[in-house]
Design a protein around this ligand. Structure first.
Ligand code: MEV
Length: 452
């Protein structure tokens, strides 16, 4: 028998309980100490009930808020404009590393970026048991009807310069019997566009079914279209942005003790090359890029799962998972770049509803989606530069351990003097929770004895 006292109860209608009752139920059945559990959840409500209501509206069965650190990386010079970039991330050293890289490139011309394209994708997947050539022949008429029927939905977006760019019929029946799809390309301007795209696609699904029913050249069997699903694709290879930094190798300066700029540049290039050829390294390398990207994506109220999923698919576009960034050295110039798809928005979704997402956008000068794509790509590149620079010079543990040590000291309630002494003591030693506690206890005992 487990010693766990929790009764693992089940419940019907949980979602209909008030928040207080939800907390009480979860505390009673799933907490080790129900009253402290409930108290803590109550402490994590926002002080302003209106804001709490907004936050609760983002999800379901909410009990409390789960705070994450909200920081900034200043000094980002991107295409000649300086940004102070908001970042939401729970991992220590990430914001410090992005800030250090931003400062480094601030003095070397900054980041350069370019949006390559902004096309989004959606699909209607359907089964059709008929003669392919007839469907292909009917397609121009079908396309006309698809566009006509969806016109009330797309009018607004068209006024903003967006809408449906292209509709293709794809025969996928070689992979799955009777399987076809409509592959649709969209321009969604400053919105990420998920709702717009999905509404259009569902409208397409209905038009497609009706079209087949009424099309005079189809046989009885061909009148039946079975729409399996209509949904946007998070793989948006044509919603693409590029960021790069470059400078003469000599301008890289000294890169730590015993490493001149040329050695550093070559080691850096090799490290990025390894991430191009080895998926084990590529995964970690790209994870470092997403440390920066996700942090800004979250801070601006965008969907980091969508951005990550897309980025990782893009990283496999050659048939092997590879680094998203590339480095080259040519005629004495160090060039480092990142190219990836980023489907994000600056209107709609959470971007304006979440109070801090809205503040993040304000801090960035209320950018368009295109500008935000470029800021995010620059941060991803900066994060990658910082990580690889540490790896090929000092190793990352040095920076990480200092942050880790500070976290432990904070947790143990160390005062300023204790922090200073601990930083000195652990500057050349391994950091662990137990060792830091031991150090503090000894230090405190020593101080007590000195008082007596
Ligand atoms: C840690 O969160 C990210 C790194 O591992 C990235 C990398 O290895 O390039 C430092």
């Amino acid at each position: 028998m487990s010693k766990d006292s929790r009764d693992r109860a089940t419940i019907d209608g949980f979602s209909r309980l008030s928040k207080d009752k939800k907390i009480a139920w979860v505390s009673t059945h799933y907490a080790e100490d129900p009253s402290s559990f409930a108290e803590e959840l109550h402490q994590f409500q926002h002080t302003d009930p209106q804001v709490q209501k907004v936050l609760d509206g983002f999800s379901e069965n909410t009990l409390a808020n789960f705070p994450m650190p909200y920081g900034v990386a200043p000094n980002f010079l991107i295409n000649g404009k300086v940004y102070c970039v908001p970042m939401v991330i729970e991992e220590s050293s990430v914001v410090a590393a992005a800030s250090a890289a931003a400062k480094f490139w601030l003095e070397r011309g900054g980041f350069h970026t370019r949006v390559i394209d902004t096309r989004k994708i959606g699909q209607v997947h359907f089964l059709w048991r008929g003669r392919k050539h007839l469907l292909e022949r009917a397609f121009p008429e079908l396309e006309k009807q698809l566009r006509q029927h969806v016109a009330p939905l797309t009018a607004n977006m068209e006024q903003r310069g967006g809408g449906i760019l292209d509709i293709q019929l794809r025969d996928m029946s070689a992979h799955e019997p009777h399987y076809y799809q409509l592959l649709v390309e969209f321009e969604t301007c400053d919105s990420m566009g998920a709702n717009f795209i999905n509404s259009v696609l569902e409208n397409f699904a209905r038009t497609l079914e009706h079209f087949a029913l009424d099309y005079p050249h189809f046989s009885e069997q061909e009148r039946e279209v079975d729409v399996l699903m209509a949904i946007l694709s998070n793989y948006t290879p044509d919603c693409l942005v590029k960021a790069w930094v470059r400078c003469p190798i000599a301008a890289l300066g000294s890169c730590g003790p015993d490493m001149d700029a040329h050695t550093f540049a070559e080691r850096f290039r090799q490290a990025v090359r390894i991430a191009q050829i080895d998926p084990y390294r590529a995964t970690t390398h790209n994870k470092g890029i997403f440390n920066g990207i996700d942090a800004v994506v979250i801070a601006t109220g965008n969907d980091f799962r969508a951005v990550e999923a897309c980025g990782h698919t893009w990283a496999t576009r050659t048939g092997q998972y590879r680094s998203l960034s590339q480095c080259r050295i040519k005629e004495g110039v160090f060039h480092f770049e990142l190219e990836l798809p980023l489907a994000i928005g600056t209107v709609g979704g959470l971007t304006r509803l979440h109070p801090l997402a809205s503040r993040s956008l304000e801090m960035l000068g209320n950018p368009s989606a295109r500008e935000l794509m470029q800021i995010i790509a620059a941060v991803g590149l900066a994060q990658n530069f910082a990580a690889v620079r540490s790896l090929v010079t000092t190793g990352i543990q040095k920076g990480h351990m200092k942050m880790h040590l500070l976290n432990i000291l904070n947790h143990l309630g160390a005062d300023e003097q204790e922090i200073e002494q601990a930083l000195q003591h652990f500057s050349d030693k391994v950091v662990s929770f137990a060792l830091v506690r031991q150090f503090l206890e000894a230090h405190r005992q020593h101080k007590e004895m000195a008082k007596k």
